[in-house]
Design a protein around this ligand. Structure first.
Ligand code: KMH
Ligand code: ZN
Length: 274
C-alpha cells in the first residue's frame, strides 16, 4: 500500500511567541515537539530556530546544536530552512548548510510575502543548489508559485540532479502574494512538475484543509505545522503541533495511505547515510 510522507513545520520565522505561547522556540520545546510529532506520524521536520528572545536566527552554533539534538532525540529527517526570515542575508542562508542537516529547503523564486518580499533571485538559487550538491544535503524544492516550477526545470537542466538523485517538491500554497491554495491551482502545479518528481503540499492559514484534502486525493504528500497555520478550526487556535500531525495522519489512513515511517522516508527521499 502506498504511504504518505508527513512533514511537520513546527515553528517558522513569522509567528510571535508572545502572541502564540504554544509555538516551540527553545531547543527543549523543539525536541519535545519533534518527539510528539514523530509518534503521531511525521517523518520529516522542517526547522526554523529562534534566539534567546524568541526571534528568528540562523546562528550557526545553534543550528548545529539543533541538528544534533533532533538526531539524538528522534529518527526524523532533519530539514533545515534556508529560507529563514525575510530579513536574513543570502550569505547567512547559504551558511545554514554548515550545520550538515540531512535535508534543506530550497525556494525556487522570489515571492511577495504579505507586506514583505521573500527574495530568491536566480544567482542565489543556483549557488545554494550547487552547494547542496557538494555537501550532499538533499534539497526540497519549495514552490510558492507556478513560475517557481519553471525555475526548477531550469535548475535541473543546467546543474543536473540533486544530492541522492531524487526530486521532491513542496507546494507552498495560499501565501498572500503566491499561488492560491485551491485544488484547481494544485492540479496545474502538479501537472507542471518534472517527470519522476514527488511532491508534498501545504496550504497557509485557511487554505490548510482544502490543500490537505486535494493533496491526498491527488497522490501527494503532506506538510503541516504551526509555521503554516495557527488555527485548528475556526476560532480554535492550534494547541500543539502534534494535533496537526495527528489529523493529517488520520486522514492519510482514511485515504488508505498510512504515514511513512522515517526509515521508509529516508529511502523515498534518497537521503544519503551519514
Ligand atoms: N520564512 C519565510 C520567509 C523556507 O523555510 O525555506 C521563508 C520560508 C521558506 O519559511
Ligand atoms: Zn520554512
Amino acid at each position: 500500500m502506498a504511504s504518505t510522507l508527513i512533514t511537520v513545520a513546527p515553528t517558522g520565522a513569522e509567528a510571535d511567541k508572545a502572541a502564540v505561547p504554544a509555538l516551540p522556540v527553545t531547543l527543549d520545546e523543539l525536541v519535545g515537539t519533534a518527539k510528539e510529532c514523530e509518534a503521531a506520524g511525521a517523518a520529516v521536520i522542517h526547522v526554523h530556530i529562534r534566539d534567546e528572545a524568541a526571534r528568528p536566527t540562523l546562528d550557526r552554533g545553534r543550528l548545529t546544536a539543533t541538528v544534533a539534538a533532533l538526531r539524538e532525540g528522534t529518527d526524523l529527517i532533519v530539514q533545515l530552512s534556508t529560507g529563514g526570515a525575510v530579513t536574513d542575508s543570502f550569505a547567512d542562508r547559504l551558511a545554514v548548510l554548515d550545520a550538515a542537516p540531512d535535508a534543506c529547503s530550497l525556494t525556487c523564486g522570489t515571492v511577495n510575502f504579505g507586506v514583505d518580499v521573500f527574495s530568491n533571485p536566480w544567482g542565489f538559487i543556483k549557488e545554494l543548489y550547487q552547494l547542496t550538491q557538494v555537501r550532499q544535503v538533499v534539497p526540497e524544492f519549495e514552490l510558492f508559485d507556478l513560475g517557481h516550477v519553471a525555475t526548477l526545470h531550469r535548475l535541473l537542466g543546467e546543474f543536473g540532479p540533486p544530492a541522492g538523485g531524487h526530486v521532491h517538491c513542496d507546494l507552498v500554497m495560499g501565501v498572500p502574494g503566491g499561488m492560491p491554495g485551491d485544488v484547481r491551482t494544485l492540479a496545474a502545479a502538479v501537472a507542471a512538475l518534472p517527470d519522476g518528481a514527488t511532491w508534498s503540499a501545504t496550504g497557509i492559514g485557511r487554505t490548510t484543509l482544502p490543500v490537505l484534502f486535494g493533496a491526498l486525493g491527488a497522490g501527494g504528500h503532506l506538510r503541516v505545522g504551526m509555521e503554516d497555520t495557527l488555527s485548528f478550526a475556526r476560532g480554535r487556535p492550534v494547541a500543539r503541533n502534534a494535533e496537526l500531525v495527528e489529523r493529517a495522519a488520520e486522514l492519510a489512513r482514511l485515504a488508505q495511505r498510512p504515514p511513512m515511517r522515517p526509515a521508509e522516508a529516508r529511502a523515498f527521499l534518497a537521503i544519503p547515510a551519514r
